[in-house]
Write a protein of this length. Structure first.
Length: 247
């Protein structure tokens, strides 16, 4: 049985992933480590990519289909979500989960000798407003002071930006008239200030409630120039293996 299990594991590793048959779960940390190596081959330290077009291509490689369910996540302190899809919408913008728009500025491939600690740091530039909300600079500054960043929610309907509240109501004012959306609108989030986040395996040690506020402070301080990405790398290197990572 041990030989058979080892054969299965080696075979699936060649395919780019392996399944723990005793638990029927994908080993998310090892899977992400393989994706990381394929996207940033040969690196054994932190690699910085400052070219937005190259960043977008690398992120698309990292998050290429198929993405195993619940395997790769975005983390930003208390805010996190699984990544289900990634597409390029312009030479310097990606769309994650068919909703979140990111105008990428640079990425850091944060290598670790421990496969389960690898992650990618992403930093974005302020994007233009959609035109649906007309957010003032004072409002942007307020939300930056509160959260460390400012974003807007809106929707796209036949090429036109509409308000999130209109999306929720299923109708929008188009050319002065109420028009039913009939499920043809797409919800979007756009960031109007510098923003940053981490992409890693679901069971990376970063995924721990005890670290949420610390990581959020790190990320905000990086945007303010008070800390460096290397500070996060050092912090993660001292984290214990995630309790659900049984690889």
């Amino acid at each position: 049985m041990k030989v058979l299990h080892l054969f299965r594991r080696l075979f699936l590793r060649k395919k780019g992933f392996w399944t723990d048959y005793s638990k029927e779960k994908v080993c998310t940390a090892e899977n992400f480590s393989i994706r990381f190596g394929h996207t940033f081959p040969g690196i054994r330290e932190i690699q910085v990519i400052n070219n937005p077009e190259e960043c977008v291509k690398r992120l698309k490689d990292l998050l290429g289909d198929p993405i195993e369910s619940n395997a790769i996540w975005i983390f930003r302190g208390t805010s996190s979500e699984a990544i289900d899809s990634c597409q390029i919408i312009s030479e310097d913008k990606i769309l994650i989960n068919k909703c979140d728009e990111f105008k990428v500025k640079k990425i850091y491939a944060c290598y670790s000798h421990s496969y389960f600690r690898k992650f990618v740091y992403v930093e974005t530039e302020p994007d233009e407003q959609s035109g649906a909300n007309n957010i003032t600079q004072d409002e942007i500054d307020f939300w930056i002071s509160q959260n460390g960043y400012c974003h807007e929610e809106f929707a796209l309907f036949k090429g036109k930006s509409i308000k999130r509240t209109e999306y929720d109501d299923g109708a929008a004012i188009i050319d002065g008239e109420p028009v039913k959306l009939k499920g043809e609108s797409e919800l979007r989030t756009r960031y109007l200030s510098p923003y940053n986040f981490i992409i890693c395996a679901h069971f990376n040690p970063i995924n721990n409630n005890e670290y949420d506020y610390i990581m959020e402070d790190y990320l905000n301080d990086i945007l303010l120039g008070k800390k460096q990405v290397n500070d996060i790398c050092c912090f993660v290197e001292n984290m214990s293996k995630h309790r659900n990572n049984h690889c």
